[in-house]
Design a binder for this molecule. Structure first.
Ligand code: FES
Length: 97
C-alpha cells in the first residue's frame, strides 16, 4: 500500500493500492483536489507533487498542453492523468469563488 498526503486539505493522509489514479483516489477519499472533466482536457486538476514525484508514472501528452516544462520540472502534474506507484504529498491552488 502507498500513502497519499493531501497537503491543501489539512494534511489528510489516506492509503491506497499501488497504481492508483490520483484524481480517482481524491474523489473516493474526499481528498479535495479540484477537477472538472476528469479526462485530461480542462487542466483544473493541476497539482504539485511536493514529495514523491519519483513515485508517479510518465507525463502524458495531454499534461503538456497545460503544464510548461518548468512546471513539470518543479513537480506539477494533472491529477486525472497521474498514477501512483509509491507515496506522495500533493498540494494545489485553492480557487476563490
Ligand atoms: S480534471 Fe480536467 S484535466 Fe484533469
Amino acid at each position: 500500500m502507498i500513502e497519499v498526503t493531501f497537503l491543501t486539505n489539512g494534511g489528510k493522509v489516506v492509503t491506497a493500492p499501488e497504481n492508483t489514479n490520483l484524481l480517482r483516489l481524491s474523489l473516493r477519499e474526499k481528498g479535495g483536489i479540484p477537477f472538472k472533466c476528469g479526462g485530461g482536457l480542462c487542466g483544473t486538476c493541476k497539482c504539485l507533487i511536493e514529495k514523491g514525484i519519483e513515485n508517479t508514472d510518465a507525463v502524458k501528452p495531454k499534461e503538456r498542453k497545460h503544464l510548461t516544462d518548468a512546471q513539470l520540472q518543479q513537480g506539477y502534474r494533472m491529477a486525472c492523468q497521474t498514477f501512483l506507484n509509491g507515496s506522495v504529498s500533493v498540494s494545489w491552488l485553492v480557487r476563490q469563488p
